[in-house]
Write a protein that binds this ligand. Sequence first.
Ligand code: ATP
Length: 241
Amino acid sequence: WGRNMLLDVQNLETWYGPIAAMKGVNLTVAEGRIVAVLGANGAGKTTLLNTLAGVIDPFKGQALFLGQPVQGLDADEVARRGLVLVPEGRQIYPFLTVRDNLMMGAYARRDRDAVARDLEKVQAWFPRLKERDSQHAGLLSGGEQQMVAIGRAYLSAPKLLMLDEPSLGLSPRLVQVIFTIIRRIRDETGTAVLVVEQNAAVALKHGDDGYIMELGRIVAADTCAELSRKEDVREAYLGGR
Ligand code: ATP
């Protein structure tokens, strides 16, 4: 798309033993863009993010982040470079307070003033988390836990935020709230976003660029606006609407 590339993924393959879950994926994320990857359950979306985040090792291919290869690096190092994953199922610490969960994201940072400012931003985006600052995170609703997970990721100073199914298990209203805030984070801070979603309608509505993944391959790539207009996409992913 002719913009500055943040992430450039070329021919990435990931295998679970003899099974290829990603069969040569090509994908790019340009600076400041919200990129949505759509696909049915089992298409390989989680595998894609976990591979990029260094949670699992790619078998083959290349992923350049800010021009540097990230394949083979461990997850902490990838996150330190600014490629930060919000995993499926949130993975918050139920017996820590909301504040302590958020601050876990900043553990590797030394720029305390900037961390304090980032915490204020997170609390402005999610006023709910400020209200519940000293409560155990395990007592929060699913939507609030997703807010904690996104806030924690933001506190690790991402350049690209990767979100795995942020809509999972949330009410339709909360799904809209979460995506509206994802957009706000991008608009206010320029942070790029790579989001994988089964909820195609919401991802196409809020995303800029989109990819469709089927059985470990990218089968379509376009702007989200264009994808939403395509008949086959509407039939397969938007219930024909
Ligand atoms: P979901 O929305 O359920 O997370 P997905 O699109 O993210 O689906 P993946 O979870 O990446 O898909 O799974 C892709 C394929 O890899 C599936 O066929 C899945 O069964 C398989 N798979 C995933 N994890 C493993 C694993 N640890 N061992 C073996 N096969 C796996």
